[in-house]
Design a protein around this ligand. Structure first.
Ligand code: DGL
Length: 281
């Protein structure tokens, strides 16, 4: 990989395996509209949720490197699966070599920091992809920050396809939404807080609310990740000066531009201009 990275300020990079990170990006842009952003969706190689550690790490590193080349000094891994399987290795192993002045942040730590102060029963549930749940990243992070909290996880492998195929509001979706919620609650009846640990899941929120008992708090990540980014930029002025502010957002996909633009409208409720890029080059 080339180490000739641009030194001048640039946009904030937001990476996801596909469309899901758009739910995070829109909350970030609501809270921090003055900054510039580049969104990169690896749609050609999605889903990441069922892939091995090595592959998710390799794909995520390629994406981070490309976002650095495009001028980003700060990259948010909006994807839970990439945060679970690649973030730590990139922070520890790759960043010092690529450019120690750049930063890559994930979504798991801010989510855990947030729920730690929210749960009363100290029993929480996490809904996520097979990869995120199997990685036990949430369990480990909770154990580190709030050792008194019990965590159970439930993989929901059908939820991402339901969203991607625009079936989130169909009658068929009810079966799978209920199935995974029931399976989660069966593991621990004292859960009072449930994390939607996948960027796609907020699009299933109406159905999730229908089947989740009303006294359980459902936590979506968009707003809390946005707040945590705002805090980060306030605490790190040396990084903030490397983030440009013309309120512009550029979208890249590794798949076809037309397909991305069409599906992105499900997530953003507006039409956007998209560029193609190849991460294998
Ligand atoms: N965006 C991913 C996440 O938040 C889910 C989609 C996938 O499996 O690639 O975990």
């Amino acid at each position: 990989m080339s180490l000739a990275l641009p030194a001048h300020p640039g946009p904030i990079g937001v990476f996801d395996s596909g469309y899901g990170g758009l739910t995070i990006l829109s909350e970030i842009r609501k809270l921090l509209p003055e900054y510039d952003y580049i969104y990169l969706g690896d749609n050609a190689r999605t889903p990441y949720g069922t892939r091995s550690f090595d592959i998710v790490y390799e794909f995520t590193l390629q994406a981070v490197h490309r976002l650095f080349e495009l001028g980003c000094h700060l990259v948010i891994l909006a994807c839970n699966t990439a945060s679970a399987k690649a973030l730590r290795s990139i922070q520890m192993r790759d960043l010092p070599m690529l450019d120690p002045g750049r930063r890559v942040l994930g979504v798991i730590r801010p989510t855990v920091e947030y729920i730690g102060h929210l749960t009363q029963s100290r029993h929480i549930g996490v809904l996520g992809t097979v990869g995120t749940i199997k990685s036990e990243s949430y369990v480990l992070e909770v154990r580190k920050l709030f050792p008194d909290i019990q965590v159970v996880g439930q993989a929901c492998p059908m939820w991402v396809p339901l969203v991607e195929y625009n079936e989130a509001h169909s009658e068929g979706a009810d079966y799978f939404v209920r199935k995974y919620i029931d399976a989660l609650l069966k593991q621990d009846s004292r859960i009072d807080t449930v994390i939607l640990g996948c960027t796609h899941y907020p699009l299933l929120l109406p159905k999730i609310k229908k089947y989740m008992p009303a006294d359980i708090t459902i936590v979506s990540q968009g707003e809390l990740v946005a707040e945590s980014l705002r805090d980060y930029l306030l605490r790190h002025p040396e990084m903030d000066v490397f983030c440009t502010r013309t309120a512009h957002c550029t979208y890249y996909t590794t798949e076809s531009e037309e397909k991305f633009a069409e599906s992105a409208s499900i997530f953003l409720n507006k039409s956007i201009e998209v560029h193609h890029l190849d991460l294998n080059e």
